[in-house]
Design a protein around this ligand. Structure first.
Ligand SMILES: *Cc1c(COP(=O)(O)O)cnc(C)c1O
Length: 425
C-alpha cells in the first residue's frame, strides 16, 4: 500500500457485515474461558488482550497502522509524546547509563533528559547536530546506550542528518532513536535512513486537530540487540517478572517493542484510552492531504517572511538559502512542514508585541495544528532553560515559532503582515 492508502486502510480491515469505522472498544478488561488462558497471557505464551493498561483492540489497530506507516515491526501508543520518548529510552537504559543527543531538540525533552533522567542516574551529553562524525563520536562513553535526535528540530527547524547519526550510533553498537514529530511518516521515514526506533508526539500533525494528546514508539526491528548483548541486558538476559523469559530469544525482531509494552507499560501505565485512539485514527486518515496543504502554506509564508526587511532571520529548510536546504531535499522531498522559526529584531519585547497584534493567528502552546498558531519559545516552552541551553537549542530571545495551518494562505500572510507593520511603525 502507498502511504495515502495505508493511512486509511492499514491496521483495520472490516470483515463481512462489520463496521467500516474503527470500533471503539471502551473496555478495561477481557473475558476468558479458563484460568489456563489467563495464565498463558501472563506467561506471554498466548497472544491476546489482558487488561487495557497493556493493550486494547482499538489502540492496537492504530498501533498497527502507525507501524505500517513508518515501516516498523511494531508500535506502542502512549498517552503523550513525552511518555513515548521516556519509555523509548528507559527500555534500554539502566542507572549509570549515558545517552548522546542532538542539542537541538524540543524543550520538554531537554527537561526530561537534563533533570529527570539525572535523578534516574542517566547522563545525557549534547552534540551539535552539524558536528562531524569524529566530533559526535568523541561524546561517546563506554556506558553510552543510545543516540537521540529530531528529524526537524522543534523549534530551531534544522534538519537532522539521519544517516550520519545512524552511522556513528551503529559504529558504537547502539541504536538511533529519532523523534519524527514534525516529519510525520508522510514527509520522512527515518527507518529508511538507518534509524532504529522512531517516536512521535501524535498530538501534533498525526492527530492534526488539536484534540488529543498522545505519543507512539515504533520499532524498526532492525537493531541487533543480541550482537551487543552485554550492553543491553534488559533485552538479552532473563526477566524475572515473566518467569525468566529473554525478550530477544522469545520475540526476535520484536524484542524491543514487546519489552516496552509488557514490562514498562505494565509498570508505568501510560496507555491511551480506546476513544483517544479512535480520534487519533481519524486524524491519521487525512494526514497526507493535510500535510500537502500545510507544507505548501509553510513554503509560501516562509518566502513572504524572508522577503520582509524587518525580520532578522527565517529558519525554514524549504527556502533555497536555508543552511539545511540540502538536507531537506534529501530527507524531506515532499515538503518541510508548516513550522517556521523567525527572529524579530528587538528581542523579547518586540516579539511579544508582534504576537499581541495578531488577529486571526492564535497564540497557543501548540504547534503543527490545523489552525495557524504562534508561540514565543523564550517566554513559554523553553523558559526553564538557561541562556546557554537556549542558544544550544538554536533559540534567540526574539524567536517566534510560526506554525502554518490549513487556512487560505493569503489570509495567513495578511495577518502576519498587519502585525509586523504594527510593530515596525
Ligand atoms: C510536542 C513535542 C513533544 C512532546 O509531546 P507531547 O505530546 O506534548 O507530550 C516531543 N517532541 C516534539 C518534537 C514535540 O513537538
Amino acid at each position: 500500500m502507498n502511504i495515502e492508502t495505508a493511512c486509511l486502510h492499514a491496521g483495520y480491515q472490516p470483515g463481512n457485515g462489520e463496521p467500516c469505522a474503527l470500533p471503539i472498544y471502551q473496555s478495561t478488561t477481557y473475558n476468558y474461558d479458563s484460568t489456563e488462558q489467563v495464565a498463558g497471557l501472563f506467561d506471554l505464551t498466548v497472544e491476546g488482550h489482558m487488561y487495557s493498561r497493556i493493550s486494547n483492540p482499538t489502540v492496537d489497530a492504530v498501533e498497527q497502522k502507525l507501524a505500517a506507516l513508518e515501516g516498523g515491526v511494531g508500535a506502542l501508543c502512549t498517552t503523550s509524546g513525552q511518555s513515548a520518548t521516556f519509555i523509548s529510552l528507559l527500555n534500554i537504559l539502566e542507572a549509570g547509563d549515558h545517552v548522546v543527543s542532538s542539542s537541538t531538540i524540543y524543550g520538554g525533552t531537554v527537561n526530561l533528559f537534563s533533570i529527570t533522567f539525572k535523578k534516574f542516574g542517566v547522563d545525557v551529553s549534547y552534540v551539535d547536530p552539524d558536528a562531524s562524525e569524529e566530533e559526535i563520536a568523541a561524546a561517546f562513553r563506554p556506558n553510552t546506550k543510545a543516540v537521540f535526535g529530531e528529524t526537524m528540530a522543534n523549534p530551531a527547524m534544522n534538519v537532522l542528518d539521519i544517516e550520519k547519526f545512524a552511522r556513528v550510533a551503529h559504529s558504537h553498537g547502539v541504536p538511533l532513536v529519532v523523534d519524527n514529530t514534525f516529519g510525520t511518516p508522510y514527509l520522512c521515514r527515518p527507518f529508511e535512513w538507518g534509524a532504529d526506533v522512531v517516536v512521535h508526539s501524535t498530538t501534533k500533525y498525526l492527530d492534526g486537530h488539536a484534540q488529543t494528546v498522545g505519543g507512539v514508539i515504533i520499532d524498526s526491528g532492525k537493531f541487533n540487540w543480541s550482537a551487543n548483548a552485554e550492553r543491553f541486558p534488559g533485552l538479552t538476559t532473563p526477566d524475572p517478572s515473566y518467569h525468566g523469559i529473554v525478550y530477544t530469544e522469545q520475540f526476535g525482531d520484536a524484542a524491543y517493542i514487546t519489552k516496552a509494552r509488557v514490562q514498562l507499560m505494565r509498570d508505568l501505565g501510560c496507555y491511551p484510552q480506546a476513544l483517544t485512539a479512535f480520534l487519533l485514527n481519524m486524524g491519521i486518515e487525512t494526514l497526507p492531504v493535510r500535510m500537502d496543504r500545510t507544507c505548501a502554506n509553510g513554503q509560501k509564508v516562509a518566502e513572504y517572511l524572508a522577503s520582509r526587511p524587518d525580520i532578522a532571520q527565517v529558519n525554514y529548510p524549504g527556502l533555497p538559502g536555508d543552511p539545511y536546504h540540502g538536507l531537506a531535499q534529501k530527507y524531506l522531498p515532499k515538503g518541510c512542514s508548516g513550522v517556521i522559526a523567525i527572529e524579530i529584531p528587538g528581542g523579547r519585547e518586540r516579539a511579544a508585541a508582534f504576537i499581541d497584534h495578531l488577529k486571526l493567528i492564535r497564540c497557543e502552546v501548540h504547534v503543527a495544528d490545523i489552525c495557524t498558531c504562534v508561540l514565543h519559545p523564550a517566554s513559554s516552552t523553553h523558559r526553564q532553560l538557561t541562556d546557554e541551553q537556549l542558544v544550544a537549542c538554536g533559540i534567540k530571545p526574539g524567536m517566534v515559532r510560526v506554525s502554518c495551518g490549513l487556512e487560505n494562505v493569503d489570509d495567513i500572510i495578511a495577518d502576519l503582515a498587519q502585525a509586523l507593520d504594527a510593530v515596525s511603525e
